[in-house]
Design a protein around this ligand. Structure first.
Ligand SMILES: [Zn+2]
Length: 120
């Protein structure tokens, strides 16, 4: 768990990483592009297999940011919240329900223009 968070921080800190990076190797998941941006959600995963994360993740407690990353990454395996989706989440993050609940205590504050959008 700590490992995947650490690897995400590498992303956030602008280390250029793509399909061959340590993160995808660790989780065995491949994505297309990764964006760090200002958005109304904590993260998203598109059908084009692009991951987007809100820049404000950096201000969340580590375990909550980690949960967001895990959640969106697991969407690369399926774009729904099916039983197998939750099973995968539980295997990576057994206390995910608690983390989801805690996450609701943190409000996002979208920036005025210009928006931050950083492609890796
Ligand atoms: Zn989801």
């Amino acid at each position: 768990m700590d490992k995947s968070y650490e690897l995400f921080v590498d992303f956030l800190m602008l280390n250029y990483v793509r399909k061959e990076d340590r993160y995808t190797k660790t989780l065995g998941i491949e994505f297309n592009k990764l964006y760090i941006r200002d958005m109304r959600k904590w993260g998203s995963c598109s059908r084009k297999r692009n991951l987007s994360f809100n820049w404000q993740l950096i201000a969340l407690p580590e375990k909550l940011a980690e949960y967001v990353i895990i959640h969106e990454s697991v969407h690369l395996m399926g774009f729904n919240h099916s039983k197998s989706f939750h099973e995968k989440i539980i295997s990576l993050c057994p206390d995910y329900k608690e983390r989801e609940k805690m996450l609701k205590n943190y409000l996002l504050t979208p920036l005025p223009q210009p928006l931050i959008k950083k492609k890796f």
